[in-house]
Design a protein around this ligand. Structure first.
Ligand SMILES: [Cu+2]
Length: 348
């Protein structure tokens, strides 16, 4: 723990601001990213479920249906609705659905905001007092005092104590954000392209889901927030550790989902990695958060967290296979299934 904190300190001094959640380069070395084939053909999506069905009739019938988003969960609040509290909620952080998010929000609400408020009011009060009590009219002969040991000790010690109080949870949060994922975590690689996202599932056959923004009319039709909805989502299991990796295929993008307290740069030539555990199923919206070109504002991120069993169904619908389950499920048509698995792994 001590070592982790020191490492986090060294790496994160520049980003010490407690609100900063950008964890750069959890993976130290530059790792080769997208192979040539993948970079050249970014739109290789998973094959239609029908193809897989032909190869393995019993295994490929999927019951996956895209989840309907819950209003106000995993998305920003519209302040113009006139609903009670909507204005206040729209200027606050979104509700959090990860442990780090809850901790960070707690730190913001319970430590930072009260400290900021009390200090601001104290300084304002002192200024007003000086203006009123010691102006030239009321205090024509000013004091010539140059030293007051007690006051000098107090105004040195007190800020030190306040900074220590802030530093403890701040460094704790920083260290938590650098924790590496356990070996059994589900790996998903998010690749930023100009201007859309691709999600690769290396543990499930290596297929890539290409995600583009829905046009406003279609988003409204589906009951999703405009400019945040995407045609294909990044579907993940809820309640289990995820190893989210990010990289860029052209310029720097950033993978960010506010309600999961997750933000990580997607840099060409690097593979950044951070752990994320989503506490409950839901649809969580985010956006590219690095100015990446003309359509930067139009590459939303939609994370759909499903119970693990439903996630397995989705994997099936994409023509992929759960780790270890592939040979057993496709036993009758093993050869065909294996061929299909190879065919739908463009990056391999
Ligand atoms: Cu971008």
């Amino acid at each position: 723990m001590k070592k982790a904190i020191l490492a986090a300190l060294a790496a994160g001094l520049a980003a010490f601001a407690p609100m900063s959640v950008v964890a750069h380069a959890a993976v130290p070395a530059a790792t080769p990213i997208a192979s040539g084939a993948e970079a050249a053909a970014p739109t290789v999506a998973a094959p239609p479920a029908a193809d897989a069905a032909a190869a393995t009739p019993p295994a490929a019938v999927s019951t996956y249906v895209p989840m309907k988003p819950t209003k106000g969960k995993g998305m920003p609040t519209d302040p113009t609705t006139g609903e009670p509290g909507a204005m206040l909620k729209s200027i606050q952080f979104q509700d959090q659905y990860s442990d780090n998010g809850e901790y960070a929000l707690w730190m913001h609400n319970v430590i930072l905001m009260p400290v900021i408020t009390v200090i601001s009011l104290l300084v304002l009060g002192l200024l007003l007092y000086v203006v009123v009590r010691f102006n030239r009219r009321r205090n024509p002969v000013p004091s010539k005092t140059t030293h007051n040991t007690l006051i000098e000790v107090v105004w040195t010690i007190l800020p030190v104590i306040i900074l220590v109080i802030i530093a403890v949870p701040s460094i704790t949060l920083l260290a938590r954000q650098y924790e590496t994922a356990p070996a059994n975590a589900v790996t998903i690689k998010a690749t930023g392209y100009q201007w859309y996202w691709g999600y690769t599932y290396p543990d499930h056959g290596g297929f890539e889901v290409v995600s583009n923004m829905l046009d406003p009319a279609e988003a409204i039709k589906r009951g999703e927030p405009v400019q945040l909805a995407a045609d294909n989502r990044m579907v993940v299991p809820a309640g289990v550790p995820l190893r989210i990796q990010t990289t860029g295929s052209d310029v720097i993008h950033a993978f960010a989902v506010p309600s999961l307290w997750f933000k990580m740069d997607a840099v060409p030539g690097r593979l950044n990695e951070k752990m994320l555990t989503i506490k409950e199923p839901g649809v969580y919206y985010g956006q590219c958060s690095e100015l990446c070109g003309a359509r930067h504002a139009y590459m939303p991120i939609v994370v759909e967290a499903l119970p693990p069993a439903e996630f397995a169904e989705w994997i099936k619908a994409q023509g992929g296979a759960m780790p270890g389950a592939a040979p057993a499920a496709a036993a009758p048509a093993a050869a065909g299934a294996a061929a299909a698995a190879v065919a739908l792994a463009p990056a391999a």
